[in-house]
Write a protein that binds this ligand. Structure first.
Ligand code: 7TS
Length: 406
């Protein structure tokens, strides 16, 4: 890959804050200049509403928006008719819950999740469970941070109608064997939904190869702006689904007391979309593809292996979580002795190191780990080895500062 030291030059925030070591890309990524400029260019030269204008400017806006859809299709190895623009992963998963789960599931049906899910892939299913009487089950997480696949035979009963799981954990960094789980789920006739919020930004994703029915991502975690994400769905599934939101843009014909709906993807894009953000997300996807998703994955992998080896060797008081091996992305949740994660993160911030602390919207997983909170460092294409070194040296200073409380 082009060196992370060179890639950093594409990101204006790093020039504005030369002292900052940003290790929270799992929460949101920084934005390259091309994305920032795409937003400005859109508003300066193209801005109009889409899909409705007879005039040239609106046609240009529509072309830019639909071009972004094609870019996202290329990014995911999908057909452009299968790309629905949403705000983020949370909205994508809620769309599925409202458009499919609440309508189709019944008492006695089962929803299979995992213990490592983000709240975005838990709470929407709780709504379904409360309203329909469907039951939620979860694939357990083993001590090494991987899913307990031995339990799959027992858990994947004929009653399981949907398996919804994260592709990569935002706490453990675990990359789940989605294709294998999807195959087993499909044999039972269950729908498969993949939360790709953490995988899509960091590794090559080919949605058709995954064998899933739906895949959700957030643009802001993959160098795009906030407010634009994607739900990919197999076309024959989308075609069968009722809309989530009703309104303009998603209809075929409207009478006073009834309406018929447009075909997907428009059926699921009611109202004026986040046009500039979608256009800029397309630019972000192109930027990442230009660097190469496999290169980004290898870069993350080498940093996480390096950081874990140094932590093991030099900071025995630091406990890390998640698997060791090729199925581990660039996320390190950790504790330092018995210190509270917020104290660790605040102390690291004094040294210019930005890490997140808390349950990272994965309370059930933290409960399983026996912790209320962890601190978390995460890496991306612009993270350098020097920054990992600075993180580790700062952690040593924090250890020294708190030595009487460890
Ligand atoms: N799923 C996973 C696996 C995530 O990591 C996140 C966000 C979401 C869903 C929700 O994404 P959103 O864009 O809809 O908010 N994860 C984090 C995080 O780890 N720290 O801040 C946000």
């Amino acid at each position: 890959m082009t060196s992370a030291y060179l890639i950093r030059a594409d990101f204006p925030l790093f020039a504005a804050r030369p002292e900052l070591v940003y290790l929270d890309s799992t929460a949101t990524s920084q934005k390259p200049r091309v994305v920032i400029e795409a937003l400005e260019h859109y508003y300066r030269e193209i801005n109009a509403n889409v899909h409705r204008g007879a005039y040239d400017l609106s046609v240009q806006a529509t072309l830019a928006y639909e071009e972004a859809r094609r870019k996202m299709a290329r990014f995911l190895g999908a057909d452009e008719r299968e790309i629905i623009f949403v705000r983020n992963t949370t909205e994508a998963l809620n769309l599925l819950v409202y458009a499919w789960g609440l309508r189709v599931l019944k008492a006695g049906d089962e929803i299979l999740l995992t213990e490592m899910e983000h709240h975005a892939n838990l709470v929407p299913w709780h709504l379904v469970a409360v309203h329909t009487g469907a039951k939620i089950k979860a694939i357990p997480v083993r001590g090494d941070g991987r899913l307990d696949l031995d339990s799959l035979d027992r858990l994947l009963t004929d009653r399981v109608r949907v398996v919804s799981l994260t592709h990569m954990s935002n706490v453990l960094g675990t990359v789940n064997p989605v294709a294998q789980i999807a195959k087993a789920a499909k044999e039972k006739g269950a729908l498969v939904i993949v939360d790709g919020a953490q995988s899509a930004p960091h590794m090559p994703v080919d949605v058709t190869g995954l064998g899933a029915d739906f895949f959700a991502l957030s643009g802001h975690k993959m160098c795009g702006p906030t407010g634009a994400g994607v739900l990919w769905g197999r076309y024959e599934m989308l075609e069968k689904m009722q809309p989530f939101l009703g309104g303009g843009e998603m209809i075929n014909e409207v009478y006073l007391e009834r309406s018929s709906y447009a075909k997907p993807p428009q059926r699921f894009e009611a109202g004026t979309p986040a046009i500039a953000e979608a256009v800029a997300l397309g630019v972000a996807a192109e930027y990442l593809m230009g660097i190469g998703m496999q290169n980004i994955w290898q870069h993350d992998r080498s940093l996480v292996d390096y950081a874990l080896a140094r932590l093991d060797e030099e900071l025995p008081e630091v406990k890390t979580f998640g698997p060791r091996g090729p199925d581990r992305g660039g996320v390190i949740a950790f504790t330092l002795g018995g210190l509270h994660a917020h104290d660790v993160a605040t102390a690291l911030d004094q040294h210019g190191i930005a890490v997140r602390a808390g349950h990272h919207c994965a309370q059930p997983l933290h409960r399983k780990l026996g912790l209320a909170a962890t601190a978390r460092a995460s890496f991306y294409l612009y993270t350098t080895r020097d920054e990992v070194d600075r993180f580790i040296e700062a952690l040593k200073k924090v250890r020294e500062f708190f030595k009487d409380w460890l």
